[in-house]
Design a protein around this ligand. Structure first.
Ligand code: 5AD
Ligand code: SF4
Length: 441
């Protein structure tokens, strides 16, 4: 295929860690076809855009990337452009992408194993291919992985979601829950540890329901316990959990594991029982706060993070106040705040009482202000303490400054003559602001 030429592929990844993990498989597959992966889109012979559909903004970004590459194709008609990911699992978006004549192929999240075939067809000037997902999506263990980082790794433990929260597109674009076999997951983690990986995240849309579809019903607690028997020096993270399925068994496994990072992401979405019901979340605030209490009791000094949607259809000022109350009560380390974005085909998109944008924005700002003051208190309280960090590399803005993260994902900047990227070191915190900590080795 190569005629001595070095074929280069450039991959754009939009959206969540699941997409990051998928892109590492796309890279692995392309390398086994003979491509090298490049950060430079201008020199690429193949461009893959791995899209996200979670909010309107993500979809607009994907369309703008596709638009931008028309120019590359005009300059180099032999180059190949492919689009994949969650957005392509929706028929109306696939139809839209077909209308970009320079896109060679597009496929949804369930057809990634066919990537070599799509690339081959495009290179041999075959017919353009636009492949919707199969009805029953399966797991392909054989796709090779090319990890972006040498010390931080995503390990998917399950795919898909069965929950159908009324605002969310994920169950429609990633299909029903499918769990990987424990032996495959544990073997992958073991290999990562042996290769010196320091930060391993077990990934799934709802890691609490891991294993329900497998014989013997292994749980995420079982995975944590098995991984904790391995020898190594690493942090183990979980992403993401659903409060309705968080079990005492899982919390016990986290608290007794020597590797589990002392932090937990527990999406709240709203502090109002009425809105949670309209969201089809299957828990109320009493249940949510009981999980928080159990985590705080069993895991001393654990820090919590969350996802919150503001301006869901029908959200009143009173409902929103309840969200602020929960945020004040739980005191999250940080929160991911989203303005509700209607997704075509989901029940919430056609609910009455959609909230005007000005009100959504005003509530969003009030929530962010409240959280910023809490985050600032946390960071101030860190001054004088010594913390273990994993070094991420040089800061983008300052040559002599390095960026690192604590086990609970707080950003720590420090100066150093030596490059400790990918290693654990201890930093004494000298200063904190709302978004970061500063310290010295
Ligand atoms: N609008 C806004 N935020 C959303 N999320 C999911 N769907 C939507 C939507 N339609 C948020 C939820 C979820 C996070 C990953 O994205 O908070 O937990
Ligand atoms: Fe979406 Fe709800 Fe599934 Fe999370 S649990 S992916 S918010 S449907």
């Amino acid at each position: 295929m190569t005629d001595g030429k070095d074929f280069k592929a450039h991959i754009i990844t939009l959206g969540c860690q699941q997409n990051e993990a998928d892109s590492e498989r796309i890279s692995g597959a392309l390398v086994s076809l003979g491509y090298t992966v490049t950060d430079d889109d201008a020199s690429a012979d193949l461009i893959i855009i791995n899209t996200c559909a979670i909010r309107e903004h993500a979809e607009r970004r994907a369309l703008s990337f596709i638009g931008r590459y028309k120019h590359n194709k005009t300059k180099n008609p032999d180059m190949v452009i492919g689009v994949c990911g969650c957005m392509m699992a929706q028929k109306h978006r696939m139809d839209q992408v077909i209308r970009f004549p320079y896109v060679d192929f597009a496929f949804g999240t369930g057809s990634m194993h066919r990537l070599p075939e799509f690339v081959y067809t495009a290179l041999t000037k075959g017919k353009r291919k636009f492949i919707p997902d199969p009805d029953k999506m399966q797991i392909c263990e054989e796709i090779p992985v090319l990890r972006k980082s040498g010390y931080k790794a995503w390990v998917s433990i399950m795919y898909g979601c069965n929950n159908f929260c009324t605002y969310c597109i994920v169950p429609y674009v990633r299909g029903r829950e499918r769990s990987r076999m424990p032996k495959d997951i544990i073997a992958e983690v073991k290999e990562l540890i042996e290769n010196g990986y320091k930060d391993i995240t077990l990934l799934g849309q709802n890691v609490n329901s891991y294993g329900k579809d497998l014989d013997g019903k292994p749980t995420v607690a079982y995975l944590i316990n098995e991984i904790s028997k391995l020898d190594g020096d690493f942090w183990l993270h979980l992403m993401t959990s659903h409060p309705k399925d968080a079990t005492s068994e899982m919390i016990d496994a986290i608290s007794s594991s020597k590797y589990c990072a002392n932090c937990f992401h527990l999406p709240l979405q709203s502090g109002s029982d009425a809105i949670l019901k309209k969201m089809n979340r299957h828990y109320d605030i009493e249940r949510y706060l009981s999980v928080v209490s159990e985590l705080k009791e069993k895991c001393k000094d654990i820090t919590l993070t969350t996802d919150i949607i503001v301006g869901f259809p029908g959200e009143t000022e009173e409902d929103f106040q309840k969200t602020l109350d929960v945020v004040s009560k739980v005191r999250y380390d940080s929160i991911y705040t989203f303005i509700y974005s209607p997704r075509k085909g989901t029940p919430a998109a056609v609910m009455e009482e959609q909230i005007p944008e000005e009100i959504q924005k005003e509530r969003f700002n009030r929530l962010v202000d409240l959280q910023n003051s809490i985050s600032k208190d946390f960071n101030d309280a860190m001054v004088g303490k010594t913390v273990k960090v994993l070094v991420d590399g040089k800061s983008k803005n300052n040559e002599n400054v390095y960026m690192s993260r604590t086990e609970n994902n707080r950003i720590v900047h420090f100066e150093s003559d030596k490059d400790y990227t990918g290693q654990f070191i201890n930093i004494k915190i000298t200063r904190g602001d709302t978004f970061a900590l500063y310290g010295e080795i």
